[in-house]
Design a protein around this ligand. Sequence first.
Ligand SMILES: Cc1ncc(C[n+]2csc(CCOP(=O)(O)OP(=O)(O)O)c2C)c(N)n1
Ligand code: SF4
Ligand SMILES: [Mg+2]
Length: 351
Amino acid sequence: MSSMNKPKVANPGLPRNELGLNRRDYEGSMSTLCAGCGHDSVTAAIVQACFELAMPPQSVVKLSGIGCSSKTTAYFVSGAHGFNAVHGRMPSIATGASAANRHLRYIGVSGDGDSLSIGVGQLAHAIRRNLDMVYILENNGVYGLTKGQFSASADVGSKSRKGEANEQQPIDPVLFALTLGASFVARSFSGDKEQLVPLIQAGLAHKGFAIIDVLSPCVTFNDHEGSTKSYEYVRGHSEAPVAADYIAPKQEIRVQYAPGETVSVAMHDGSSVVLRKLDPAYDPSDRTRAAAYVQERALRNEYVTGLIHVDTRRRDFHEQHGTSESALNAVPFDRLCPGAAKLHGILSAFR
Ligand SMILES: Cc1ncc(C[n+]2csc(CCOP(=O)(O)OP(=O)(O)O)c2C)c(N)n1
Ligand code: SF4
Ligand SMILES: [Mg+2]
C-alpha cells in the first residue's frame, strides 16, 4: 500500500498530554481513502482516544486485515507496532502477538467484509477466547475496496447504488458477539465522535475482548437513498439506551449525576466507566436482555448504539491460558527452550 507521511512539524501551541506529546504524535500517514469516507472519522476518534489516554506509542500494536477499513491502521499512531494481515486473518495474528507479549495494547481495525465473511471464523474464536484487545469493525454494508458488492452486514431490502435490493439475512456483529459471550460489546457511528471516543477508551481499559461495531458509511458505494448504512439513514435510526463516560484512573468524577441515573463500572486498570441511563429499564450487565433489546429495536429499523454490554468478571485469554508474565523476547533462552530431555518428558505424558 502506498503511503505519504505527514510533516511532523506541529504548532507549538498544541496541547500536550502527560507524556509531553501532542495530537500530531498520534497521527499516522496521509489517508488515501475517498474524501468523506466514514473510516477517516474513526481514525480521528482513535487518535483522540490514544492522545487523551497518553498511551506511549511504542506500547500500541495496530492490526488489520484487508479492505479500505483495514488501511485505517496506517493512519494513526505512526510510532506503534503494526501488522497488516491477509484478508480475515487479523485475529490469529493478534492471538499470537498477545500470547508473546501481554503488556502491549492491541487495537484491531477491520471491515464488515473482512470480519463477517472471510474472517468470520477467526472473529468468533477471538471472542470466545476473550482476547485482550479492542476490535473496531468499520461497518459500511459493502466491500468498499472491491467496488461495492453487498457484504454480510447488508440489511434485507437495503439497496445497492444501481437499485438492486439485498435479499440475504445480515449478520449483526453486535448480536453475533453477544451470542458468543463477548465481554464488551458496543456500537457507534463514525459521525458521533462524542460517543465513539469514550467507547474506544473504555474498550482499551477493558481486560478482554472489546468489540466496537462502528457504522461507517462508504460515500462512494453505499451512501445513497435506499441504503440502510448511509449517513442520513444511520443518523435518523440510531438510539443509545446508555451513554458512557470514560473516567481515567485518579481523575475525579466532576459531573453531578442524579442517584439511580448512573452505574459506575470499575475497570481493571483503575479507571471507571460511568454509564448514564437514557432508558431507565436498560441493564448493560444482562447479556440476554441486551441481545433481546437489540433485536427488538432492529425489527423497528433502529440501530442500538453505545455500550450495549459489559462484563468485567470474565477471565481473559491470559488468565485462561496462563501466558508468560514477561514478554517472550525477554525470557532467557534456556527457559524458552528447556531442551530435548524435557520435551521428551512432556511428549511421553501424552502417549
Ligand atoms: C483471499 C482474498 N479474497 C478476496 C480478496 C478481495 N477483497 C479485498 S478487500 C475485500 C472486502 C473488503 O470489505 P470490508 O472488509 O467490508 O472493507 P471496506 O473496504 O468496505 O472497508 C475483498 C473481498 C482478497 N484481498 N483476498
Ligand atoms: S470506497 Fe468506500 S469504504 Fe473505500 S475509501 Fe471510498 S468511501 Fe471509504
Ligand atoms: Mg465494508
